[in-house]
Design a protein around this ligand. Structure first.
Ligand code: OFO
Length: 172
């Protein structure tokens, strides 16, 4: 059984994951309109992954005798300025999510809820991967600078990164 404090904290994270999915969906749509096909596919995939993170939490809360709440969500930005800025936003967002997961882990220890603590380790590992992925992408973007050929290759490469992530997800 979850304590009220634990349930509330998990419900807050359900919202964070749902909003993450919306943010990346908005990025996907922006990139699609700008003709950045590879980047757009990457963002659509990332949005789907965030939805799965949300669903995993919903199932967990309900299985533990709590009630997962589906709340309204903050509207994401619709204009990201440039793809470089958009990926910086993605990185900053993942840092925010990591902090949020850390807070949740902290609550699980305070509440002496070791089952939830154990459950959350999947999210801790996932955030390490997501931050590393975002940093790798930012490094590639820095290398490209304003080179149009580089952008073409980046748009193609970023799809490969998606495929690799999907492969490692399946292996888990
Ligand atoms: Fe849910 O991992 Fe990104 O935000």
């Amino acid at each position: 059984m979850l304590t009220a404090k634990m349930e509330k904290a998990l419900n807050d994270q359900i919202r964070v994951e749902a909003e993450s999915s919306q943010v990346y969906l908005s990025m996907a749509s922006w990139a699609e309109v700008k003709g950045l096909e590879g980047i757009s596919l990457f963002m659509y995939k990332h949005s789907d992954e965030e939805r799965l993170h949300m669903l995993k939490l919903i199932k967990y809360v309900n299985e533990r005798g709590g009630h997962a709440h589906i709340s309204d969500l903050k509207e994401p930005e619709t204009d990201f300025g440039s793809f470089q800025k958009m990926f910086k936003d993605l990185y900053d967002h993942e840092i925010f999510v990591s902090q949020s997961i850390n807070e949740l882990v902290h609550v699980s220890l305070e509440e002496k809820d070791y089952a939830t603590h154990n459950f959350l380790q999947w999210y801790v590992a996932e955030q390490i991967e997501e931050e590393a992925l975002a940093r790798t992408i930012l490094d590639k973007i820095n290398l490209i600078g304003n080179d149009k050929g580089g952008l073409y290759l980046f748009d193609r490469d970023v799809q490969l990164i998606t495929v690799e992530s999907a492969a490692s997800d399946t292996a888990e």
